[in-house]
Design a protein around this ligand. Structure first.
Ligand SMILES: C[S@@+](CC[C@H](N)C(=O)[O-])C[C@H]1O[C@@H](n2cnc3c(N)ncnc32)[C@H](O)[C@@H]1O
Length: 322
């Protein structure tokens, strides 16, 4: 049995890669009565990392520490607590230390883990795609509310699909529908295709600008889009982990609405009469997009709030006159 020596030494050692604890100047002095710490257990590193992340203003410090620990130690988050006193091997600590350092350098947890859950789907993510956000599940909810029936004969398109999150969620919920998804980034489409294959969900992915690849395919019952909507001038001020996402997935032009405006102008030609356009928008943009849909002739325009109470989705229906 491994005997753990308790110490009040601050466990900065987990970042002191390859250096002796005794001689590391980053490590707080050891109280003279305490022996140096020789064994780290799961709870030790969770506590230390949470405090360290908080000190460095990492949002959701405890959650991030748990997710990284679970990944590095090959455990689920629940297992971390069931085995909180499990001593950690040097290789486990080395792998964890690497993840903690990269998180502190601004990489997002999802990229470090290589996965992100969206609509109960386990999606592969890497720096080629935006990390799907829980907010975007509001767009899936709105789309499903707008789509009557199980999906037989329905044609759905997701414009700017990224990891494929929205298209795959809709393909899962409406397995009888035909689902198409576009992106201008071939890199993003490679990730989306890999996700569709892993999840055995049928989506046709097409490369091109906005709706262009959809034009030869006829008319659609539903078009969803979570296009970039951050004003260009705000991007440099975003948190480091957001800035590590593709600029192509963030930059919405001068006021954030450049791509949305172009898509709204195009969609009446692509939708069936009675077909729906549903768009994710940034905080404070819903009013402008609501007006835009109204001015383009959409009817039944409405906004849907996300779990934080922010108007996150604007949708409208193509009337017969449009
Ligand atoms: C905000 S991300 C959303 C990704 C995904 N739909 C989601 O909700 O997680 C926007 C996506 O739109 C793509 N995009 C940007 N400009 C585009 C354009 N002109 N035509 C098609 N896709 C575009 C980006 O490559 C990126 O994958």
């Amino acid at each position: 049995m491994v005997r753990r020596q308790r110490s009040r030494r601050a466990p900065h050692a987990i970042l002191a890669k390859g250096r002796s604890l005794r001689h590391n100047r980053d490590v707080l002095p050891t109280p003279s009565a305490s022996p140096p710490k020789t064994v780290w257990a799961v709870l030790d590193v969770l506590r230390w990392t949470t405090a360290h992340f908080e000190k460095h203003s990492v949002a959701s410090a405890r959650l991030d520490a748990e997710l990284l620990a679970a990944h590095a130690f090959g455990m689920s988050r629940i297992e971390l607590y069931a085995h909180f006193d499990r001593p950690l091997a040097a290789a486990e600590l080395a792998s964890y230390r690497e993840l903690v350092s990269r998180r502190l350098a601004g990489e997002s947890v999802a990229y470090l883990l290589g996965h992100k859950e969206f609509w109960s789907l386990d999606l592969l993510v890497d720096p080629r795609v935006l990390v799907p956000r829980p907010d975007s599940e509001t767009l899936v909810e709105e789309a499903l509310d707008r789509l009557a029936g199980p999906g037989a004969g329905l044609r759905i398109a997701d414009v700017g699909t990224g990891s494929g999150a929205l298209a795959l969620a809709l393909a899962k919920e409406r397995p009888e529908a035909q689902v198409f998804a576009t992106d201008i980034s071939p890199d993003a489409l490679a990730v989306a295709r890999a996700n569709a294959e892993r999840l055995s969900l049928a989506v046709t992915f097409l490369e091109g600008d906005l709706d262009q690849p959809l034009i030869p395919l006829g008319h659609f019952d539903l078009i969803v889009a979570n296009l970039p909507y951050i004003p260009s001038a705000e991007i440099d001020g975003l948190a480091a982990d957001v800035r590590s996402e593709p600029r192509l997935a963030l930059d919405g032009g001068a006021d954030g609405l450049a791509l949305l405006r172009r898509l709204v102008a195009r969609t009446p030609e692509l939708l069936q009469p009675g077909g729906c356009l549903a768009l994710e928008v940034g905080a404070g943009q819903a009013g402008s997009v609501d007006e835009l849909l109204g001015a383009t002739g959409f009817s039944g325009v409405r906004c849907r709030r996300d779990l934080a109470g922010i108007e996150r989705v604007v949708s409208g229906v193509k009337g017969i006159s449009l």
